[in-house]
Write a protein that binds this ligand. Sequence first.
Ligand code: PHE
Length: 348
Amino acid sequence: MESIIKSWNGEAVVIRRDHETDAWIYIAIHSTRLGPATGGTRMKHYSDQKEALGDALKLAAGMTYKFAVPGIERGGGKAVISIPSGLTPDGRIGLLERYGTLIHQLGGLYYTGPDMGTSSEDMDVIARTGDPYVFCRTPACGGAGSSGPITAVGVFAAIQAACAHVFGTEALNDRKVLVQGTGSVGGKLIEYLRNAGAEVIFSDVDHACVQHYRDEAGLTCIEADAVYDTDCDVFAPCAFGGVVNADTIPRLKCRIIAGGANNQLTVPEDARRLKGKGILYAPDYVVNVGGAMGIPGMENMGWTTMDAERKVAESVRSTLARIFETAEAENITTDEAAGKLAEANLSR
Ligand code: PHE
């Protein structure tokens, strides 16, 4: 654990052992340079606590860049709640309430929202004790609800911008898009893509999702291990991180990678490998900014849903266009171009 924290360039980590449930809570404060650390709560079972801590640290750094690129006055943070496999529904509620208390005690150092494994209903529970540092409560509890739809608006705009760059048109009616993961972001993205006339194929490990999108919606389902060998124009990772790596890149048959998942690249060199293969990579934290930008806008700054959708789509589109141009002009990767933009805003 010590060496993992030492090799990280963030500000602080808060660790709480939840004795009642056997869970571990890690709140990673990567940067408060531009404002209070803000980022979702990821809740899942990890076989190894080092992996859970490492996930929190890496995800928090991603949030710093996510806010820095469009110049939003928030810092990077993330929480991971590493739960035991047999957690009961009641145990889960108690755990979330104690987690909320911890957030409250931090007094505004860290603001949270949902992420993989947590929902708006969970935010309601966390807010019982964690108020006012909790985004994305249900509308009944005064929040803007799920961040999935507004995030998907940004991912959709990113796919259009990437297609415009690669194919000279953002029209999607002749495009084949592979969506990996049909959760709150991927599911909405599929809807937007189909409305735009794209051919959508998908992959999911959850049986109910497969049933819905394959058997009811009639979409082609790709087996999990065939995703990286499947021919498509756009590969949209909307599930786990680390899907783009030395093993998968040689197999990829897409022209563009643009999706909602956090930390898609395993190591920065993966961006070089993609560039070498002629695959345009839209940096994940630029693509998936929609929730982090739109939800605080709607909850704190009076934006309507339409305002948020317009601002997110415009921001993603224009930022990506700038990143693609810079990468070409300077012969660097799109990941490097995005990093330069973020660093410039962080050192302003
Ligand atoms: N899961 C979101 C992300 O990774 C986190 C978030 C959503 C934070 C909404 C604040 C508000 O960007």
